[in-house]
Design a protein around this ligand. Structure first.
Ligand SMILES: Nc1ncnc2c1ncn2[C@@H]1O[C@H](COP(=O)(O)OP(=O)(O)O)[C@@H](O)[C@H]1O
Ligand SMILES: [Mg+2]
Length: 240
């Protein structure tokens, strides 16, 4: 009997195959679920994003979710887009808090560039350590905001194709008129009732096709947090 280890380099990971030769060859693979995940994303951790209109409670809920999952013993980190990198900081100044809204094409390209840096520098390293990563906004924000700005969703997807799809994407649904009230003191150039309505429409397309899981955000912060935790724990139970 001879045993040989064959290292098979895919993009980010080395998948070890144990080849046992005993008269005939038997190939022992990792269990089906982990192989599916590795193949799909080339990573070991789990990536979740929280999406929704400005003021729907993403930042509040991402922090609560990180805290609650940590209490349950998960190795979890919270992150956000625009990222804290140079492109992210530029976006905050130039696109979100500039004098007026820049063109949707410029927004889409800048957000896609920032997203790829965010994925490369923050998300993938954490996933490679087996962490659960929760991002406050991700690719659906580009689809919703720049899609609502009139751009073709297929093109937005295309320029974001190097950013991996999340394992779970949560949409906190709040009435556009309510978020406008919540945001009064800190409105950015992207926030008015008509824009928010259009943005919600795009998000809802992804809820309808099953890519986003909708959570009712018109409840108290604690109740919304309970609902999100339930969705995440159900997902994690299935993924493991
Ligand atoms: N469920 C809620 N009910 C009422 N107010 C909320 C709720 N969730 C968040 N808020 C408040 O709304 C504002 C926007 O919340 P935030 O988490 O910053 O939203 P986002 O990150 O989606 O823009 C904050 O003042 C926050 O305290
Ligand atoms: Mg926020």
């Amino acid at each position: 009997m001879s045993v040989s280890l064959v290292a098979d380099q895919n993009r980010e990971n080395v998948v070890k195959r144990v080849l046992i030769k005993f008269n005939t060859s038997i190939l022992i693979m990792p269990n089906a679920q982990s192989l599916k995940r590795w193949k799909k994303w080339g990573k070991k951790g789990i990536f979740i994003c929280v999406e929704g209109l400005d003021g729907c409670g993403k930042t509040t809920q991402t922090k609560l979710l990180v805290r609650r999952l940590r209490k349950k013993g998960y190795n979890v980190i919270g992150t956000a887009e625009p990222s804290r990198g140079e492109i992210g900081n530029f976006i905050k100044k130039y696109c979100l808090h500039g004098m007026k809204r820049v063109s949707s094409v410029v927004e889409a390209l800048l957000f896609a560039a920032d997203r790829f840096e965010h994925v490369e520098k923050e998300v993938i390293p954490a996933l490679d350590e087996g962490k659960l990563v929760i991002s406050d906004r991700y690719v659906y924000s580009s689809l919703a905001y720049q899609g609502a700005g009139g751009l073709d969703l297929k093109w937005i997807e295309r320029i974001n194709e190097h950013a991996m799809r999340p394992d779970l994407a949560i949409f906190i649904d709040v009435e556009p008129s309510i978020v406008i009230q919540r945001l009064k003191p800190r409105k950015s150039v992207m926030e008015n009732l008509e824009t928010q309505r259009k943005v919600r429409e795009v998000y809802m397309k992804f809820v309808e096709n099953g890519e986003l899981v909708k959570v009712n955000g018109n409840k108290s912060k604690g109740e919304v947090a309970d609902d999100i935790l339930r969705v995440v724990l159900r997902f994690l139970a299935k993924a493991n």
